[in-house]
Write a protein that binds this ligand. Structure first.
Ligand SMILES: [Zn+2]
Length: 657
């Protein structure tokens, strides 16, 4: 089979420059939106989207000559048509926001300055003039994402980078959708009305006072619902899949029940999954605050892709309710969302399946978010100490992967060390304490140290968060005298040794087994065991309590059973089986991806592959074009210089190695 595949790209949304000046009367800042009622009308024959609505803002600084509202985070998709406010106020529409390339502003100047606490009401109309990566109206689907700022966002401070983000578009109110008659929508909040009349569908989604950054997906869906503890799980499918809509709804409902049993009530009115067509460019799955939009390909897995839904659902607690700040913040959001996969897989499939995921991840999910993936980062010199990682790199970047691999393991090891009761009670305590505000990695350390004071957790956290690497331990044994075996554990020589409370399982030649606990510290640890039988096998950490290297982690990844490793003079390219899913919880970044179950690692970038007919450049960060035939990969790695000129290196692979 001949396949021409081009890699997708990472691209960053325009960086917003920040201004630190104090707000003045003309700057339009200092206003907080307290309510927003949206009325969205979708046409599908000649596709269009108009967004009208009313909003209320309150002044939270002493004086202002009027508010400013912004649209559009990633590209100039929505335009202002009208904005009506207080009598005699002047309005300028579709103005620029310095430093935010895509933004279109509405600047309101009142005839008389407002004072702190004043509230103003506005009515507005917007239209979609060009599609954005997660905002579009087509004949078969219309969708919008909270990362696009597709409705007005009040600019609260002059520090635009902080204040004009997906997160600051959170506001309570209702979303009314006026849709083609065959269509239904999935949005945030409680569905309080769905009526079909005059060839149209009218829906009202009510946030019931809870501020949420909104999105929706609308199409001719087949839908299923499940109630879990008063919350509604909604599954919206476009096509038939291995797992039908009812079965998938059941799976995700069980996943939520499992996570609620550990973490407490899910913080939103419901959770949903909406399928979107594979031919939408630029992303594979997009997490909204209370649902996820995911391409058709992500549904075509025998196992139902539980890890993907479980991870995104768990962001409902970590990321969407508890915020993060400070160094290593991804360990306070991403790693905990990833731990949600362990909770769900353990509850639904058993502890062995959880261990399998910890070690090797799973098809349909990022193959690097596991122990094997983490050791590959070490091998490639891309490891970082979790506690010092920044929070700003791209979604598919290394820190994200480290948080979802080693960070997940850190929580797993912590749980095994202090026990389920203390571990989950401490997590629930953190949700209570930090819900609605930011939590730092230090806050997490402190909470666990206080919860388990006799567990030497300062040393545990220092070892797993403040330094790079993870243990590699060789085991050897000898029989210095009859009836006694000496077991020698040797740590890797070129890194500082780890301190571990290690269980080893000894299998004797007579078939009996025995477990011993060894305090490992320093380069070498010796254990003497009385035995009348010889040793056949020694297994380190048989229960997978610890992140330590195991021989299986060195087995090369493969595609169709063939290991593919292509080498170029200036960058290693590895083609793995697996796929990468876009995340948009914290980051204003996207991963260009597709439905091919392949991804490429090129330097620091993870690039998912997808088949397209012709070559297109999406950014200057790099393009990989691959052709895979009979298990051999040939292709190009191309980097564009600042003038847009391509410089490429052709790589040819020998096939299996
Ligand atoms: Zn995530």
């Amino acid at each position: 089979m001949k396949r021409l595949i081009i890699a997708s790209l990472l691209f960053a949304m325009p960086m917003l420059s920040s201004a630190q000046a104090q707000p003045d009367l003309e700057s339009g800042v200092g206003w907080t939106m307290t309510n927003l009622d949206l009325e969205v009308r979708i046409e599908n024959d000649d596709p269009s989207m108009t967004v009208e609505g009313t909003m209320t803002v309150r002044l939270d600084i002493d004086r202002s000559s009027g508010p400013s509202f912004a649209l559009n985070l990633s590209s100039t998709a929505m335009r202002w048509v009208t904005l009506d406010g207080p009598k005699n106020s002047q309005v300028q529409l579709n103005e620029e926001l310095p430093g935010a390339e895509a933004a279109l502003m509405a600047n309101v100047r009142l005839d008389k300055a407002a004072s702190r606490g004043d509230e103003l009401d506005f009515r507005f109309a917007l239209e979609l003039t060009a599609p954005a990566p997660q905002l579009m109206a087509r004949t078969d689907i219309a969708l919008s994402s909270w990362v696009e700022a597709w409705y007005p966002v009040a600019i609260t401070s002059l520090d635009y980078e902080q204040t004009f983000t997906a997160k600051t578009s959170t506001v309570s109110g209702t979303t009314t959708l006026d849709l083609p008659g065959e269509w239904i929508a999935l949005s945030d909040g409680e569905l309080t009305k769905r009526e079909h009349s005059n060839g149209r569908t009218i829906e009202v989604w009510d946030l019931k006072g809870k501020p949420v950054a909104r999105g929706f997906a609308a199409a001719q869906y087949t839908a299923a619902e499940r109630e879990v503890d008063g919350r509604t799980i909604r599954i919206y499918l476009l096509n038939e899949h291995v797992m039908g809509v009812d079965q998938l709804a059941g799976l995700i409902a069980e996943s939520m029940a499992a996570q609620e049993a550990r973490l407490g009530p899910f913080p939103f009115a419901g959770y949903g999954v909406a399928e979107v067509p594979n031919d939408i460019e630029g992303w594979s799955a997009a997490s909204q605050q209370t649902f996820i939009m995911s391409k058709s390909a992500n549904f075509d897995l025998e196992h139902g892709n539980l890890p993907l839904w479980a991870h995104e659902m768990c962001h409902g607690w970590w990321g969407n309710t508890v915020g993060t700040s400070g160094p290593g913040a991804k360990v306070a959001s991403e790693s905990l969302a990833q731990f949600g996969v362990l909770i769900s897989v353990e509850a639904l499939e058993g502890v062995d399946a959880m261990v399998e995921f910890l070690e090797f991840s799973r098809s349909g999910y990022s193959r690097r978010q596991c122990a094997r993936g983490y050791y590959s980062f070490i091998d490639q010199g891309q490891d970082h100490a979790l506690a010092t990682m920044g929070n700003s790199d791209l979604s598919g970047g290394t820190t994200h992967m480290l948080a979802d691999s080693k960070g997940m393991w850190m929580y797993h090891m912590l749980r095994r060390r202090i026990g389920d009761e203390t571990f989950f009670a401490t997590l629930r305590g953190l949700i209570d304490e930090y819900g609605g505000r930011d939590m730092s990695l230090d806050d997490i350390r402190q909470a666990f140290v206080e919860a388990a004071p006799d567990q030497e957790l300062e040393q545990f956290f220092a070892q797993w968060l403040d330094r790079t690497g993870a243990p590699r331990i060789d085991v050897a044994w000898s029989t210095p005298e009859a009836g006694r075996v000496e077991i020698l554990l040797t740590q890797q020589a070129d890194v500082d040794p780890f301190e571990l409370d290690l269980v080893i399982e000894i299998e004797f030649e007579d078939g009996s087994t025995k477990r011993e606990r060894v305090g490992v510290s320093g380069m070498e640890s010796v254990l003497s065991v009385a035995t009348s039988s010889g040793i056949s096998v020694i297994t380190l950490d048989p229960d997978r309590d610890l992140l330590i290297w195991r021989p299986a982690y060195d087995a090369p990844p493969s595609v169709d059973g063939v290991a593919l490793v292509a080498m170029a003079p200036w960058v290693d390219v590895s083609v793995y089986e697996g796929s990468y899913f876009m995340e948009a919880i914290q980051e204003t970044a996207m991963v260009y991806g597709g439905d091919e179950d392949l991804w490429v690692q090129a330097g620091d970038y993870l690039l998912q592959l997808f088949p397209i007919e012709h070559h297109r450049f999406k950014s200057n960060m790099g393009v990989v074009e691959f052709q895979i035939e009979n298990g051999k990969a040939t292709g190009f790695i191309v980097e564009l210089d600042s003038g847009g000129n391509a410089e490429g290196v052709r790589v040819e692979d020998e096939g299996a190695k």
